[in-house]
Design a protein around this ligand. Structure first.
Ligand code: ADP
Ligand code: MG
Length: 383
């Protein structure tokens, strides 16, 4: 489609999770915010047979597939995040059509800010809008009965299904829910069991605060296997307790888990769910958000000691931010690299960022990248 006018441009943001880590696959609570960094997708009806997708962040060679037939295994690499969404909508009974797409994103890739869900959700809203009025295209493969126009939560589930079943990444639904339900000036409080969403206001600037994001640029190692291992531990701990998910466990239950590692993993999830509710209660009550700082830090310690998903870069960034006066700091995202967030007084933002950079330099780590996060709108059409 390069060189001709698109039918429209759609956007979906990356996210940071304020608190609620490794809870989303345990039916628990999460509290992300949509970032002001986003993936854009320009879309137009296909000019030839089949769909083409280009990304300004990838090899210029377009990815090609047929919307009517594409199936898991047909498209690999980055194109799977796009083709997977088309497959997911079609096989759920929604209309799809071939499009020419161009992607452009300023969400850092692989930094734990969910560049993947940003791409999926931008494509999902573009496809839903462009097929809203059109009858379903005839497909060569059997599909489910026609479904109604998907709402935002349904689109999030469909994008997650694309990532799980087409890309092959066993991730929870938080990223897509943040990308689709984000709202300026609010956190997205999500109960992943009921999928209920509450927008919890967080006006950092009005309180003289900033949320500093530190992309540690730590090399991700062992991530896939470790993620699966944590999920398996959580599932086993829930089975030990005879509950459907760790969401249903309380601290008094933990002693009944005999295996010490499994008990630690469960303790993280149980206490992390309680911390999310604690933060939400504080913010709902209109209390000074500085009060959530120690809760953020407690989350990091739990992820370090009990869930064991931090690495030196994350721990060093948290310690340096706290030493430089942050009210609280924690890793955000799955761990094993990625980002740290720090709640800081706005005038201290530069000093905290400099302190973290200094600590990295002292240890011979590559320089981190820092920016401040502002709760921003979720996915939608922008042109
Ligand atoms: P994260 O979501 O934390 O950034 P992931 O590994 O989940 O990391 O997703 C990153 C992948 O998403 C990339 O390797 C690429 O396949 C795809 N992706 C993200 N942004 C883009 C983009 N702008 N263009 C094409 N593919 C992208
Ligand atoms: Mg991702």
């Amino acid at each position: 489609m390069v060189g001709r006018d698109p039918a429209g441009v759609w956007a979906a943001p990356g996210r940071v999770n304020l608190i609620g880590e490794h809870t989303d696959y345990n039916d628990g609570y999460v509290l992300p915010l949509a970032l002001d960094r986003r993936a854009l997708v320009a879309a137009a009806p296909a000019s030839g047979p089949g769909s083409t997708v280009r990304s300004l962040q990838q090899d210029p060679e377009p990815v090609r597939f047929s919307a009517a037939t594409v199936s898991p295994g047909d498209v690999g690499g980055w194109g799977a995040y796009v083709a997977g969404v088309v497959w997911s909508l079609r096989t759920a009974g929604h209309p799809v059509r071939d499009l020419d797409l161009v992607l452009d994103s300023d969400v850092p890739i692989g930094a734990g800010l969910s560049s993947s869900a940003a791409v999926e959700c931008a494509v999902a809203v573009a496809l839903a809008d462009l097929t809203a009025a059109a009858p379903a295209a005839p497909t060569a493969t059997p599909t489910a009965a026609p479904a109604g126009r998907p709402d935002r939560t349904e689109l999030a589930r469909l994008a997650q299904r694309a990532e799980n079943r087409f890309v092959g990444a066993p991730t929870g639904v938080m990223d897509q829910m943040a990308a689709l339900h984000g709202r300026a000036g609010t956190l997205v409080f999500l109960d992943t069991r009921t999928m209920a969403v509450e927008h919890v206001p967080l006006d950092l600037a009005a309180r003289g605060l900033a949320l500093l994001v530190v992309d540690t640029r730590a090399p991700h190692t062992l991530v896939d296997g470790q993620y699966a291992a944590r999920r398996a531990d959580c599932t086993a701990a829930a089975a030990d307790l005879g509950v459907a998910a760790l969401r249903d466990a309380v601290p008094a239950d933990l002693d009944r888990i005999r295996d010490p590692r499994r008990r630690r993993r469960a303790r993280h999830v149980v206490t992390e769910n309680a911390r999310v509710l604690d933060v939400v209660a504080t913010l709902r009550a209109g209390i000074d958000p500085r009060a959530i700082g120690p809760v953020l830090t407690a989350s990091h310690l739990s992820l370090r000691e009990d869930f064991e998903v931090t690495v030196a870069h994350l721990d060093v960034a948290v310690d340096a931010a706290l030493a430089a006066g942050a009210h609280g700091a924690r890793m955000t995202g799955g761990g094993f690299g990625g980002c740290v967030i720090a709640l800081v007084d706005a005038p201290d933002t530069g000093a905290v960022a400099t302190a973290v950079a200094g600590a990295f330099s002292d240890r011979g780590f590559a320089a981190p990248q820092t920016f401040t996060a502002v709760p921003s709108p979720g996915a939608g059409r922008c042109r």
